[in-house]
Design a protein around this ligand. Structure first.
Ligand code: DC
Length: 222
């Protein structure tokens, strides 16, 4: 097992990988990287600077220079708490569009690597196992059917008092899946990962499955 172990959890939008990854990190006492939040922060920072997806060189410097901070479950951009703002449907869509730009992906690499600290890291995203941490100890591809993912997203929004239509959510999820899996650079892919379909699993069952795989691996190398 590498000196600082990484558990990479990749998967499509609204698959629940964030919740599972965070809980796995907590159970192991590892650090946690929500790489999607970084792409969302770039989208927000670009909007603040009035940049669009065609302003590639400015977007690249913005990506490298933005002051992004994660602290006690909160996300800060240039010192402002943007925890809720980065979860908006607008930010989800823009992040997925900007994430297709190789300059932005390259600009975020060092930031992501910096999260790999003792005693270990659980990282979730689309390319954690394929590009950012190719030597991860465990690579999981966490997914669920699009109908289940739309329903989970619907319930999350409902809990926040936000109304949404299942039809729009399904369409949005299908569009984002196509963009995230169809782009030429670092597409979402299952290759080399253990697939965990959570369609009929609870969060606890999903967490236990990942923890079980990780301890199996630890036993094999010890
Ligand atoms: O995981 P998320 O839904 O918060 O990610 C938001 C967008 O960022 C997603 O549509 C695709 C992009 N993303 C990516 O391309 N690579 C990652 N490692 C994480 C997210």
């Amino acid at each position: 097992m590498p000196v600082i172990p990484v558990v990479a959890i990749d998967g499509p939008s609204a698959s629940g990988k964030g919740t599972v990854a965070e809980r796995v990190a907590k159970a192991l006492g590892f650090h946690y990287l929500d790489s999607g939040a970084l792409y969302r922060l770039v989208a927000l920072a670009a909007r603040n600077k009035l940049l669009s997806a065609t302003d590639v060189s400015q977007l690249e410097s913005l990506t490298r220079q933005m002051d992004a901070r994660f602290d006690s479950g909160k996300v800060y951009l240039e010192g402002h708490d943007v925890t809720d703002e980065i979860r908006s449907e607008w930010c989800s869509r823009e992040a997925s569009i900007l994430a297709a730009l190789p300059e932005i992906r390259a600009g975020l690499l060092d930031r992501q690597h910096a999260f790999r600290q003792i005693p270990g890291l659980v990282a979730d995203g689309r390319d954690m196992g394929s590009v950012v941490f190719p030597d991860a100890s465990l690579k999981v591809f966490l997914t669920a059917t699009s109908a289940i993912r739309a329903k989970r997203r619907y319930n999350q929004l409902k809990d926040k008092g936000i109304s949404a239509s299942m039809e729009d959510l399904l369409k949005d999820i299908a569009e984002r899946d196509a963009r995230d899996a169809g782009r030429p650079i670092a597409p979402l892919q299952q290759a080399g990962a253990r697939v965990l379909d959570t369609s009929s699993l609870t969060i606890e069952q999903s967490v236990d499955k990942v923890l079980g795989w990780f301890s199996e691996l630890r036993l094999q190398v010890s």
